[in-house]
Design a protein around this ligand. Structure first.
Ligand code: B16
Ligand code: MG
Length: 214
């Protein structure tokens, strides 16, 4: 029986995934490092520093820790400039309907995101007060596919892991949900992931009843 639903943020609640791509592409261009949308798919759900390490696999020289820190910060500045354009109109289709339906059914709702920008994004889209708890990149040591971010959300809600459902758009996030012992709905980029209990293109296609009966 599902008692809580934990929503990933980037790619599930809002399309910040495109902004991440644009920020990394700009940085890679400046550094002369090959980067494209296929490589970008590997960055979904993983932390900023781990994302940079994936991008640097294509670099032709090594970078010092200081250089890496500067590059991660530069990308984050590009990304945050784009985040300033966010409004509630950027919430993905189906999200608000599900949040309302879950709350009406007495189900707890949380955010479980690797992003350190989570509080800022939630504020920009007007959802800062819409969740029982927020677990994000500022509060964890290991990012997805480690289950830490979801286990923290469950602990804060005081709901056992096997009564939680995770909604994810990243293969790393689906793996994290599995490792947490939680059910998982995979959407968007993870819509074909066979490890999920349910797959959908968009949350628009999903009803509260379907989620609660997983
Ligand atoms: P930041 P999620 C993740 O968010 C993104 O999918 C991933 O691409 C990003 O590197 C990570 O957040 C860290 O983001 O640089 O803002 O701390 O999908 O877990 O909501
Ligand atoms: Mg995501």
């Amino acid at each position: 029986m599902i008692k809580a639903v934990i929503f990933d943020l980037d790619g599930v609640i809002v399309t910040t995934d495109e902004f991440h791509y644009q920020g990394w592409q700009k940085l890679a261009n400046e550094e002369g490092i090959f980067f494209n949308r296929t490589i970008n798919e590997r960055l979904r759900g993983v932390s900023r520093f781990e994302s940079l390490e994936i991008i640097l696999e294509k670099a032709t020289r090594t970078y010092s820790h200081e250089e890496k820190a500067e590059m991660a910060e530069r990308k984050n500045n590009y990304y945050r400039a784009l985040l300033h354009t966010l409004t509630p109109a950027d919430i993905l289709p189906g999200v608000l309907k599900l949040l309302t339906g879950l709350r009406n059914a007495g189900i707890k709702v949380a955010v479980g995101s690797s992003s350190r920008n989570t509080p800022f994004i939630l504020e920009k889209i007007g959802l800062s007060r819409s969740f029982d708890t927020v677990s994000d990149g500022n509060q964890i040591k290991k990012s997805k596919p480690d289950p830490e971010v979801f286990l923290l959300a469950a602990a804060k809600m005081q709901v056992p892991a096997d009564q939680c459902l995770v909604v994810e758009d990243a293969d790393a996030g689906v793996e994290a949900a599995n490792r947490a012992g939680m059910k998982c709905l995979a959407v968007g980029s993870a819509r074909s992931n066979p490890l999920a209990n349910m797959n959908a293109n968009s949350l628009n296609e999903v009803s509260v009843d379907q989620l609660l009966n997983l």
